[in-house]
Design a protein around this ligand. Structure first.
Ligand SMILES: [Zn+2]
Length: 384
């Protein structure tokens, strides 16, 4: 276990918890939302703007960075923090999910995954050991174990076999991470629970991870098309199978109402491309639900995106102007909309943290659900 990684729970309210992860590069207030900085950038945002929205940590993608510009090159340039000018914590994923969803696959064996780059067709091999090495070269603060994430609708025996292999990969990830010298003493390593929607497989997976021992535990294999009802049903048991006193991270989630329901069930950390991707596509999240700025009804609407939002976009620009920028495909439209969406997500997390601290999370969640109207059109969540 890393000595420079601590997690403190300050208050609980039902299953919801609020606290803080303390690391060398700064504190992460939980529940936390991590904007996704896929290719060493949260698309359309300067790092200082990301920070200004209230984000304590961002996520970087091993798969993308290993292919371009390459982990060894980032290391020579001083590491990911210096390269992109973000001095606060960075979590890197292991590359497992994206190599399987994005690359021209690939041979999956006990050793790891062989694949061709989606950029130039070059051949690569990703193993637990190589994933740990890449994340160390990047200088990641929270390193994710290498795993396989099968589709939730695969037969149970296939899910079970995949989970068992991911747990052997978790052991190899732990060993390789621990051999990483100075970096291992500074960074934290998270294991990833698998087992799809199956309570018993999830229990077995959690126990194997606990036996290995990690700084935090992720719930993987959700938000892959199973729908909110099935996800919540799994979250009714999965977080409680993981250690109470370690952070729990639900990977790739989600919409604002997903976040509220998951915090209610004991999750501490999230990441998702939805606020940034939606921002680039003209969709804004508000306390009354998502709105599409392409819609003609905003053409002469002089109000802000959201009356309650405290972001710079809402303070300075009207829906009418944003409608125009989005319709005209102006780059500034993507920038302003992304800034609002990331800020909205951070305000939602802040609201949940305060409600938990004041023992009024039930009321917060009820008020949120009463005001928030879900979009009928489902938007894919994961960024392949
Ligand atoms: Zn705003």
């Amino acid at each position: 276990m890393s000595e420079r990684f601590t997690f403190r729970i300050d208050e609980t309210d039902g299953s919801a918890r609020t606290g803080c992860i303390a690391m060398e590069r700064g504190e992460i207030r939980t529940p936390a939302f991590m904007p996704v900085g896929t290719a060493a950038t949260v698309k359309a945002m300067k790092p200082e703007t990301v920070r200004k929205t209230g984000a304590d940590i961002i996520l970087g993608n091993t798969y993308h960075l290993m292919l371009r510009p390459g982990a060894e090159r980032v290391a020579r340039l001083g590491g990911l923090h210096e390269f992109m000018n973000w001095d606060r914590p960075i979590l890197t994923d292991s590359g497992g999910y994206q190599v399987m969803s994005l690359s021209d696959l690939n041979k999956l064996t006990e050793e790891g995954v062989e694949f061709r780059s989606h950029i130039d067709g070059s051949r690569h091999m990703l193993t637990p050991e190589r994933s740990m090495e890449i994340q160390r070269l990047l200088g990641s603060d929270i390193v994710m174990a290498f795993d396989e994430c099968p589709r939730a609708d695969r037969p149970r025996d296939e899910i079970a076999r995949s989970m068992e292999m991911s747990m052997r990969w978790a052991r190899r990830s732990r060993d390789a991470f621990d051999a990483g010298g100075e970096h291992a003493g500074r960074a934290g390593l998270f294991g990833i629970q698998q087992g799809a929607l199956d309570e018993e497989l999830r229990r077995v997976s959690a126990q194997k991870l606990i036996d290995i021992g990690f700084d935090g535990y992720a719930i993987g294999g959700l938000a892959v098309g199973e729908g909110q009802e099935a996800m919540f049903a799994t979250l009714d048991f999965a977080p409680a199978q993981l250690p109470w006193d370690r952070p729990r991270y639900l990977m790739g989630v989600g919409k604002p109402d997903d976040l509220v329901g998951a915090v209610e069930r004991g999750v501490d950390m999230f990441d998702c491309v939805l606020p940034s991707r939606s921002g680039r596509n003209g969709q804004a999240f508000t306390w009354t639900g998502p709105i599409n700025l392409r819609n003609a009804r905003f053409a002469e609407d002089q109000g802000p995106l959201d009356e309650r939002c405290r972001c710079d976009t809402c303070a300075t620009h009207s829906r009418a102007y944003l409608h125009h920028l989005v319709k005209a495909n102006e780059i500034l439209g993507a920038m302003l909309m992304t800034e609002h969406n990331i800020a909205f997500y951070q305000q939602l997390m802040q609201g949940m943290r305060e409600a938990i601290a004041q023992q009024r999370f039930d009321r917060f969640a009820a008020d949120f659900r009463r005001g928030y109207c879900r979009s009928k059109r489902e938007v894919p969540v994961h960024e392949p």
